[in-house]
Design a protein around this ligand. Structure first.
Ligand SMILES: Cc1ncc(COP(=O)(O)O)c(C=O)c1O
Length: 443
């Protein structure tokens, strides 16, 4: 590939760096220009859920483009209405009956934050503007979503532009930030959310935002079962809206339709992205209760849309992807195959540099450390995660890089729900080889 063409492709390509060139993708496989076959063990950025290359989705997308190429988001089209009906009828936790779409996760979280603020302004409580976030979290890369997020690497340099939003500790049992241990801790990390609300002044807090299972920042942080019910109770008691960011965990990824379904919690606002279209079209969604939207509507206010929100063809693609997931029982399959993947990855716990293996459904992470006894990470200069990902590509596997201190080196796995047991063996073998060759370069 012409290096000059490749250099212009990205704002930040390192001198001499050439992006991987993908010619085609099918099922769980990516095919490079020069014929290499790569197992997509993370479904891209934890996106691909029905697998790549389904012509059924491409056809639905193309058909809708022929019918309606573009109309502004507030207009109704058949594809929009059909998708909303499917979501409310078969997917969303009951009680979430208001739906809006965007072009992705960051836009959706941004809109959810604005909706939470607009709700209180419309209700005559304009003092409520703060949104409590958590450390080691990611909610997107717009300025508002960076402000509520706790991904220090992605916030770095932008701090002067970010509103001061209070933070609670992450729910990270393997390195508990409160130096406690479950179950004796009494899930004190949830009490810390309440403490943050109290410190901020409950009358100034609009919402709490959290990923039900932490995504790729610290890697598949699964909370204790008591955490989300407790969070919901705390928010309710303080009149604060609870926003579940399910951009990564939604639409079956963790073995339930939504991760909050593991604990029977219905948030006030739920945000989705990635899996909604499984990568076939850029799209995200905001799903809220009537009670959240009613005051805004009563005041005749509108929540401004993005030009490409609810694109008719994206709606048609999403509707087809969800139909395929229902027809092929892929959410149940994610739960089943997730157990197999979890068992296979847990075999790595014998390795001296594998500190923790954690996850739920088909969202798993491996945390790498220099010293298992002390949980000390490798030096920053080692750049271990990047080395593992690069070694993976040469061993025919793509894994997703994550990690922010103290979870410095984290590799995330999130393959398509169509993955088989034999494929999972391949994931384990290829990843083991990649890990060994990356560690050999570090020693
Ligand atoms: C939990 C969560 N929220 C928001 C986002 C941002 O989504 P997008 O990259 O589609 O803007 C991500 C992306 O990884 C995410 O994992």
């Amino acid at each position: 590939m012409d290096p000059e063409r490749a250099r212009r492709f990205s704002f930040a390509a390192r001198p001499g760096a050439t992006p991987l060139r993908i010619a085609r993708s099918e099922g769980i496989w990516l095919y490079t220009d020069d014929g290499q076959q790569i197992l997509d063990a993370s479904g891209g950025a934890i996106v691909s859920n029905i697998g790549h290359g389904r012509s059924e989705v491409a056809n639905a997308y193309a058909r809708e483009l022929e019918r309606v190429s573009y109309v502004i988001p507030p207009f109704a089209t058949e594809s929009r209405l059909k998708l909303v009906e499917r979501l409310i009828g078969s997917w969303l936790p009951s009680g979430l009956s208001r739906v809006a779409f965007t072009s992705g996760g960051s836009e959706s979280v941004d809109a959810a934050l604005r909706i939470s603020r607009a709700h209180f302004v419309a209700k005559g409580e304009p003092k409520r503007w703060k949104v409590i976030g958590r450390e080691l979290s990611y909610h997107g890369t717009t300025l508002a979503t960076l402000a509520v997020g706790g991904h220090q690497k992605r916030r770095a340099g932008f701090e002067p532009w970010l509103a001061e939003m209070p933070k609670a500790p992450a729910c990270y049992c393997w390195r508990c930030p409160l130096a406690k241990a479950y179950p004796g801790c009494g899930v004190a990390c949830a009490d810390e959310v309440e403490a943050a609300i109290r410190r901020a002044g409950p009358e100034t807090v609009a919402a709490v935002i959290a990923e039900p299972i932490g995504g790729s920042t610290a890697g598949a942080l699964v909370p204790p079962d008591e955490y989300w019910p407790k969070l919901a109770e705390i928010c309710k008691r303080h009149g604060v809206l609870l926003i579940a960011d399910e951009v990564m965990t939604g639409f079956g990824r963790t073995g339930k339709r939504f991760a909050v379904d593991h604990w029977g919690v219905t948030p006030d606002i739920l945000v989705g992205g990635k899996g909604l279209t499984g990568g076939y079209a850029p799209m995200g969604g905001i799903f809220a209760s009537e009670a959240v939207v009613a005051p805004i509507a009563e005041q005749g206010q509108e929540v401004m849309f993005f030009t490409y929100s609810a694109h008719p063809a994206s709606c048609a693609a999403a509707d087809k992807v969800l139909e395929i997931m229902e027809r092929e029982h892929l959410v149940e399959r994610a739960a089943r195959m997730g157990e197999v993947l979890g068992k296979r990855l847990s075999r790595l716990l014998d390795h001296p540099n594998v500190g923790d293996v954690r996850g739920r459904g088909l969202l798993w992470a491996v945390e790498l450390v220099a010293d298992k006894a002390t949980k000390m990470p490798f030096p920053v200069a080692t750049g271990l995660t990047a080395k593992v990902v690069a070694a993976g590509l040469s061993h025919g596997i793509f894994v997703y890089p994550g990690g922010v201190d103290p979870a410095r080196d984290v590799i995330t796995f999130g393959p398509a729900f169509t993955i088989t047991e034999a494929d999972i063996d391949q994931v384990g073998e290829r990843f083991e080889r990649a890990l060994e060759s990356a560690l050999a370069r570090v020693a």
